[in-house]
Design a protein around this ligand. Sequence first.
Ligand code: UDP
Length: 239
Amino acid sequence: MTSQPLYKRVLLKASGEALMGGQGFGIDVAVADRIAADIAEVRGLGVEVGVVVGGGNIFRGVAVASKGGDRVTGDHMGMLATVINALALATSLRKLGVDTEVLSAISMPEICQSFSQRAALHHLEKGRVVIFAGGTGNPFFTTDSAAALRAAEMGAEAILKGTQVDGIYSADPKKDPNATRFDTLTHDEVLNKGLAVMDIAAVALARENAIPIVVFSIHEKGAFAKIMVGGGRATIVRD
Ligand code: UDP
């Protein structure tokens, strides 16, 4: 471990599920506050942080499509869910005194700023945490793909994918006692082995732009900051 952070700028992907805590739906404010504290700790190290939040704790487009509804409308609902989560996380960060801006891929100027690369870079350079809401702004995508896209646009040195467990396993460790954990993998290995860590489009975009993906447990307090200085438990995906 070093005392200096290994990264200057990173993109954290937090799923909607991460904000749900032990509830079956929605946002557990105590959990949002804890994740915000972890982000604040990393900002305290001087690392610039962008965050993409998912929406699965509130709505997923496939829920509409699976009941015979229009997938595109469902995905619009899912993207709106990510805006709700982004506002919740921004509120938690601001309570801690962390200067935070929400930029949405879908314009809703009364609620938050619209995304542009220039605005994002401006806020990051000012030391603000930037929360990217609205996914990519397009149906048939996921917030994992949004994370890879925004990481590329920001020039982020790594995508930090916060998951339910502390890395990538050969199988779901919650279901398979023989699952083994990887320390490192290449993007190609993740794709070829079909490892369920991020969707294919997201991993492919990260590979094309040579962005490492660090998979860690979003539930372990302080893990984000530890990884920034070379410690913590995680699987690192890089070529
Ligand atoms: N979504 C979308 N386009 C995007 C990102 C998200 O249409 O670029 C919709 C999609 O319906 C998805 C929902 O928003 O199911 C919530 O996003 P996601 O499932 O990625 O959230 P997470 O699983 O990370 O909570």
